[in-house]
Design a protein around this ligand. Structure first.
Ligand code: ZN
Length: 213
């Protein structure tokens, strides 16, 4: 497949993922954003545009090196976050940011979201670290998030939300679903049996080997 066709397919995939976010309960309204790498540029969901009406042409093109917007449209205000992650991770083709409820609530705790469920270890996600809080849309948030993400598939943004990555938007979406599911289970376990948290994860860590945090 030519690069151009591959990039077009990635952009279509990003639109599909963006359109499904609200129905899946991962975002409400136009909060949350998706980007894909298209060669030396990225394409990102626009600011304040209803996902249901979104088309491929609505995704704003931004030069990866300079951060300058090409063509029309206003990129999502979390553009710096997407730029920082795509610049730091040449292996990543897509970035997804949501405020899914359980994972966002976990980002208020000063502790990683550990792989209590087989799902996280199975998909190679491992423990998910939480980045220090920083203002939404800021360069500081972008820097801290990319640093805390390091080589992982997901990071919690302190007191804010979730960021996941993948080679494609569909892969980043799968990671976002798994993180949210793990967070829901972790909250339920903590509510019902606070003493149980940490026991299962210690066993799983032994099974899965070293985890990033
Ligand atoms: Zn956000």
């Amino acid at each position: 497949m030519s690069d151009r066709r591959r990039h077009r397919a990635l952009v279509r995939d990003a639109v599909r993922v963006a359109r499904g976010l609200e129905a899946e309960g991962l975002v409400v309204g136009t909060v949350g954003n998706v980007s894909v790498r298209t060669g030396a540029a990225l394409r990102i969901t626009p600011s304040r545009t209803a996902y249901a009406d979104m088309r491929s042409r609505d995704l704003v093109e931004v030069d990866l090196a300079s951060g300058a917007t090409a063509g029309r449209g206003t990129p999502s205000r979390e553009l710096p976050l997407h730029l920082a992650v795509l610049r730091a991770r040449p292996d990543v083709g897509a970035v997804l940011h949501t405020h899914s409820v359980a994972a966002t609530a976990w980002s208020f705790l000063d502790e990683p979201l550990r792989p209590e469920l087989e799902d996280l270890a199975y998909h190679g996600i491992g423990s998910i670290r939480t980045a220090e809080p920083a203002a939404a849309g800021s360069d500081e948030l972008a820097r801290i998030a990319a640093e805390t993400l390091a080589g992982a598939a997901a990071v919690l943004l302190g007191r804010h939300g979730v960021l996941t990555v993948g080679t494609t938007p569909a892969e980043a979406l799968l990671a976002a679903r798994i993180v949210e599911r793990q967070a829901r289970v972790a909250w339920l376990v903590r509510g019902a049996a606070p003493w149980a948290t940490g026991v299962a994860s210690a066993v799983l860590d032994d099974v899965a080997g070293a985890s990033p945090a």
